[in-house]
Design a protein around this ligand. Structure first.
Ligand code: DGJ
Length: 719
């Protein structure tokens, strides 16, 4: 640590409107005292005073009165809550000591870069012979990231059972928000009081899952999108994970998380280290500000996609497994006509894949369906001015595949065969180098040969019994590490290649996979009504440009609902736009309207994909209103959806939030859209109004009583 700046007893890390005050010492790893609004400049005396004010005294017992909680809580400090480290040594083949580490000799240093405030601490436990590194970062977005890395300094192996970081929130944070869902209905909110005990959200299927909580948040009761202070954490890891809200009888409220390790999965030999994933923490005056920090953080990364997101056409719901050169060529032509820029051939193109029961793993173009290979289709797609994208499910194999027949030992299992089947498929063991190499080489060859610009990387089942054969050694961690590794290797070999993280829809959405993936498929549900909420939940973590939003066919395949194109187009407009509909069967009128939506999206995407996302807190379920406002406040676009039938014959007013208070905006409707309303018709609907951002936020506009599934696009442009 010689080149780092030594620090004082308290450190203040501040950036992007966020302050983190950390208590440190020669005998303790960092203890976060405050995480939230910027506290301005604080000299040493002021910092100590803040700490004195924020910290209780020990009282008669450190066990009952913890004065502060280390970033990685340790039982040995007297902490009776959930420990941050679980583990023990193996001595003479038997479980041994080291299960209650305590880091008593600690050095701290500031390692700020130009933009990021960073505190690095290294602690030794001479008894357990462990070495712990913690990192606390505050980014220009105001986002906080914390991480712990454990090293075995002893002479015997150390088994890591868990490594979690924890951040305290104040007593005012008395309401929890976490998300749940299932295939085709991901990221639905759940709220509950922050009672004493633990809310534990686990993902054990080798991915965050369709029921992923995505964030666990705690805030002042009733916090909404636009107001109410709220804090959250997210585990940036594309494998098994645990996220916890913990309230102790001692009065501590912690948000915490880490990787969920399978038993015996991480055994550190002497000198080995285990880096836990980043715990990404955000806060805001309302969820929009909290989410905005995630968006700003992601947008500041070097790898963040900056070129205009190509409008794509995905073949899945158009043709499913029914692959045929003429049919797909006609679809590509219909796509090009409406302005599509990327044509993505989904599942069904490889050997033996006539349905979902066979072929997975055999990554060779099927000669019976594609006698001339895929090249003729690719050439036509290119000639039409579009990029070509291709679907893979690289981590999987059907038992009915040449791959599984040749290498049954390449499937994960714990010693009783490959375990339970799901969608007729099993998971490959990516802890084996030869499996990684097979997958990488097959994909790389096809990407090169076929000029693939975009890989849709799917993952249609959870990992169960994720052991490496023949012994069943746990391999969930290794599999999770291997996936971004293969993605990165493909991108390195094929510069410019983009990859989508799809997982039977939205089952793998996390900031681990987003290190390498360029977008996610939010859900297999393209029903525009349900998508409103799925996209809301997704927006808590990801900005619109990273989220695939498609215009589906008139009758939603997952719900059977029939919806007007104005709603389907309007709801899909905001993200990375796609079409997932057999346009060759659409009417000329519908195709013309799709072309209008595509053209509008292209015109608006520079704003939609860089601006600030806002959601209105409207009471009841009659309407959904959301928008994106340009960073400089010059323009805001809002979408109002008729979500349910209102209880009353008129609703009242809706605020247009996020605009600049003192700027005057001309508010008008943007075509296309369905302007049909019932009952009173607000004046502004038919003749534009001019109002300041302050008035639009505080007074708002009378809500037009849209018909169910009606959709209006509102444009507020600086006058
Ligand atoms: C699940 C995906 O989410 C769909 O979009 C599609 O690619 C299918 N898998 C193909 O099997």
């Amino acid at each position: 640590m010689a080149d780092l700046r030594p620090v004082r007893r308290h450190e203040h890390l501040s950036a992007g409107g966020t302050s983190v005050i950390v208590e440190i010492g020669a005998d303790t790893i960092p203890r976060v005292l405050h995480w939230g609004p910027d506290l301005g400049d604080l000299d040493d005396a002021a910092l100590s005073a803040v700490a004195d004010a924020a910290r209780p005294t020990t009282g008669d017992s450190v066990v009952t009165h913890q004065t502060s909680v280390p970033l990685v809580p340790q039982h040995g400090t007297g902490w009776l809550g959930r420990p941050g480290i679980a583990g023990n040594r193996i001595v003479d083949g038997r479980p041994g000591p080291g299960w209650s580490p305590l880091f008593t000799s600690v050095q701290h240093a500031r390692a700020d870069s130009d933009a990021v405030c960073r505190l690095v601490s290294e602690g030794t436990d001479p008894v357990a012979e462990l070495f712990l590194t913690t990192e606390v970062e505050v980014h220009p977005s105001g986002l906080v990231r914390v991480r712990a890395t454990l090293r075995n300094d002893g002479t015997t192996p150390y088994v890591v059972g868990g490594l979690e970081c924890a951040l305290p929130v104040p007593a005012a944070a008395d309401e929890l928000l976490h998300l749940t869902g299932h295939h085709t209905r991901e990221r639905m909110p759940q709220r509950q009081p922050f009672t004493v005990g633990q809310l534990v959200r686990e993902a054990r299927g080798g991915r965050a899952g369709h029921d992923a909580t995505t964030i666990v948040a705690a805030g002042v009761p009733g916090f909404g999108w636009r107001s109410g202070r709220v804090w959250s954490v997210h585990v940036a890891w594309n494998g098994n994970q645990v996220t916890v809200a913990e309230r102790t009888d001692g009065g501590w409220r912690l948000l915490r998380g880490g990787e969920l390790l399978l038993p015996g999965e991480i055994v550190l030999d002497p000198g080995d280290t285990y880096p836990g994933p980043w715990l990404v923490a955000s806060w805001g005056e309302g969820l929009d500000q909290l989410a905005g920090r995630h968006h700003d953080f992601l947008r500041a990364r070097n790898q963040h996609p900056t070129r205009a997101r190509p409008v794509l056409l995905n073949t899945w719901e158009a043709v499913y497994f029914d692959h045929d050169l003429d049919r797909l060529t006609a679809l590509a032509e219909a796509g090009a006509e409406v302005g599509v820029e990327r044509f993505v051939l989904d599942d069904g193109w490889f050997r033996g894949r006539r349905n979902d029961r066979s072929g997975l793993g055999d990554w060779f173009v099927d000669e019976t369906v594609w006698p001339g290979g895929l090249r003729p289709l690719v050439e036509r797609v290119h000639a039409l001015g579009m990029e070509f994208g291709l679907w893979f499910e690289p981590e999987m194999a059907n038992l009915d595949s040449d791959l599984a027949r040749a290498h049954p030992d390449w499937l994960l299992g714990v010693g009783r065969g490959p375990g339970p089947e799901s969608r007729y498929q099993h998971v490959l063991d990516l802890s084996k180098d030869e499996v990684v190499s097979y997958v990488t080489e097959r994909m790389s060859q096809l990407v090169g040969e076929l000029d693939v610009a975009y890989v849709k990387w799917d993952h249609n089942r959870a990992l169960v019994d994720a052991g490496s054969q023949p012994f069943g050694t746990p391999a969930g961690h290794a599999n999770a590490l291997a996936v971004p590794g293969i993605m990165a290797e493909l991108k390195q070999r094929h510069p410019g290649l983009e990859i989508e993280s799809c997982c039977g829809g939205g089952g793998r959405i996390d900031l681990g996979i987003i290190e390498v993936a360029d977008r996610v498929w939010a859900s297999d549900c393209i029903d525009a009504h349900d998508r409103l909420d799925i996209q809301r939940g997704t927006s808590l973590l990801l900005p619109p440009e990273l989220v695939g939003t498609h215009i589906g066919s008139p009758r939603a395949h997952t719900t059977g609902r029939v919806q007007p194109l104005s709603l389907r187009g309007g709801v899909a407009l905001w993200g990375h736009l796609g079409i997932e509909w057999d346009l060759t069967r659409a009417s000329a009128e519908d195709r013309a309207e799709v072309a209008e939506w595509v053209a509008l999206h292209k015109a608006l995407r520079p704003l939609l994909h860089t601006g600030r996302v806002v959601h209105a807190d409207l009471s009841g379920d009659a309407f959904r209103l959301e928008g994106v406002v340009a960073q400089d406040g010059s323009r805001g676009i809002y979408g109002l959806a008729g979500y349910d039938r209102p209880l009353t014959s008129s609703y009242g007013r809706m605020p247009l939030g996020g605009l600049h208070d003192d700027v005057t905006y001309r508010v008008s409707l943007l075509p296309p859209g369905d302007r049909a309303t019932v009952g009173r018709r607000p004046v502004w609907l038919d003749s534009p109004v001019t109002l300041t951002g302050r008035v639009l936020r505080e007074v708002g506009l009378e809500v037009p009583m849209l018909l169910p599934d009606g959709y209006l696009l509102i444009d507020a442009s600086a006058d």
